[in-house]
Ligand binder design. Structure first.
Ligand code: ZN
Length: 260
């Protein structure tokens, strides 16, 4: 399956006066395919029609990935603690998306797989056992189109910015994004505090959320989403964002919840 760039390149070569055989020899595209593409253009048909296998970002008219809620969740998982790395021969440009999920929460692992399946229905999903956790892994040529934040080195060593189309999705699906980030890089736990009262010391327990990420850009994406949702947060230290106010925790519990 040749993409639109290759098809256009072939047609430009024909326009420049190269013969069908010459173009075929130079590009490796069969003469049959070239004739077919030329005919499509002559007949005013689309040069390239994307089917379900195709990537929305590689389409002739790039569009946002679908469904946006699952994409927003997956983006949160990826930016939190996921990674994209090349598989096999680099010339084939196949990428693995890997998200590490704790075995203690099989529901979250399944949800991660569901979001991958929703965004790339044709790509196989593997569950690779690791120590105390499972790597949810899926290969595609298009992870880097869908997550242009991919680059050399660790995420915190480079600038992480969302593309315009990603920002639009995240703005609209902020809850899914926060859920992905917290499930990947967050923690919901209990704080115990001792208060002195007249009748003696009392212990109070209250739940809170914590998000840990060394990238200040990713922290910012997280807190911007919380701001949009009207959820107050506190920067605890360089790596940690805390959500501890009772109403804020209750609000997060509505769509993140204790891990289960
Ligand atoms: Zn693509």
């Amino acid at each position: 399956m040749y993409d639109i760039t290759m098809r256009n390149r072939v047609l430009v070569m024909l326009d420049q006066g190269l013969t069908l055989s010459e173009v075929s020899r130079r590009t490796g595209v069969s003469r049959y395919a070239i004739r077919e593409w030329r005919l499509r253009v002559e007949q005013g048909r689309d040069l390239y029609v994307g089917g379900p296998r195709d990537c929305p970002r590689c389409a002739e008219l790039p569009r946002p990935p679908d469904p946006p809620g699952a994409y927003s969740h997956l983006l949160g998982l990826y930016l939190g603690d996921g990674c994209i790395s090349p598989v096999g021969d680099p010339a084939k440009s196949v990428w693995a998306l890997r998200v590490i999920c704790a075995n203690a929460w099989p529901g979250l692992m399944q949800e991660c797989a569901d979001s991958i399946r929703a965004v790339r229905p044709e790509n196989k999903i593997r569950f690779i056992p690791r120590e105390g956790c499972t790597e949810v892994n899926s290969h595609s040529k298009h992870w880097t189109c869908l997550f242009p934040q991919h680059g050399p080195g660790m995420k915190h060593t480079r600038k992480i910015e969302l593309a315009g189309w990603q920002q639009e999705i995240v703005d609209e699906f902020s809850e899914e994004f926060v859920r992905g980030l917290l499930h990947s890089d967050g923690w919901r736990g209990t704080n115990r505090v001792r208060r002195k009262l007249k009748d003696g010391d009392h212990w109070y327990e209250y739940p809170r959320y914590n998000f840990t990420n060394v990238s200040s850009d990713i922290q910012r994406l997280f807190t911007d989403a919380l701001d949009r949702l009207g959820i107050p947060w506190t920067q605890m230290n360089r790596k940690n964002i805390s959500i501890a106010k009772r109403d804020a925790v209750a609000r997060l519990d509505e769509f993140v919840g204790p891990k289960h």
